[in-house]
Design a protein around this ligand. Structure first.
Ligand code: COA
Length: 184
């Protein structure tokens, strides 16, 4: 995210008491805790386990937040001081792949679902990405047929491939759709 875009979405009110903003190093603990909640609540929605997450320190998350490269951003949705939603956009940095970015780790706490929080976060990400003419597409992976995929489709993402049995959670296999949004 360019400096101007980052500044523009630094504090974006979406409802009376909620706001969406770029997360800072000082938000590392809140992000770490919400990621833990996400992995505990939704084991079929994400590629990592609680145990894997526990090996990542809050300091490591702070380091990641501090060292984000161009266009990459961790967005958070807040109800007052409480982080209740998150989504990550990471832009590739290589000469041959910096025209694209990935959306990861989209999550909204159950108490705040169905109010447009995820849609608002992703819309901000997409609008931010559109400001940079050298960013051409956004890719992501979604559980085939899940609620998140409905959201991604409604934002214009198209499935370009399905990996059957992309995840194995215990003895349950999860199919995953690979989706792309062309920005230009
Ligand atoms: C998917 C998720 C992020 C949606 O968050 P949310 O803030 O409740 O979503 P929104 O209120 O912004 O809804 C946006 C769209 O998502 C879809 N959606 C969300 N919840 C849905 C549900 N329970 N049933 C059907 N569609 C649903 C709809 O298309 C909805 O659009 P609409 O309001 O116009 O119908 C949230 O349910 C969540 O965190 N789920 C578990 C984690 C997950 O699956 N993450 C994605 C990993 S790929």
């Amino acid at each position: 995210m360019s400096a101007q875009i980052r500044q523009a979405i630094q504090s974006l009110p979406i409802m009376d008491v909620m706001e969406i903003r770029a997360l800072l190093e000082t938000d590392a603990l809140a992000w770490w805790q919400l990621r833990l909640e996400a992995l505990r609540n939704e084991p079929f929605a994400f590629g990592k386990t609680v145990e894997e997450h526990m090996k990542i320190s809050v300091e490591e998350i702070a380091r990641r937040l501090k060292s984000l490269k161009e266009n990459s951003i961790y967005l958070g949705a807040f109800d007052g001081d409480q982080l209740i939603g998150k989504a990550t956009f990471i832009r590739e940095t290589g000469v041959k792949d910096r025209h694209k970015g990935h959306i990861y780790a989209v999550y909204v706490s159950p108490s705040h679902r169905g109010k447009g929080v995820a849609r608002a976060m992703l819309t901000e990400m997409i609008e931010g990405a559109k400001q940079d003419p050298s960013l051409e597409q956004i890719v992501l992976v979604a559980v085939t047929g899940g609620n998140a995929q409905k959201l991604y489709k409604s934002l214009g993402f198209k499935t370009f491939g399905t990996e059957l049995r992309g995840l194995k959670v215990g003895s349950t296999y999860i199919d995953e759709d690979h989706m792309v949004l062309r920005l230009r």
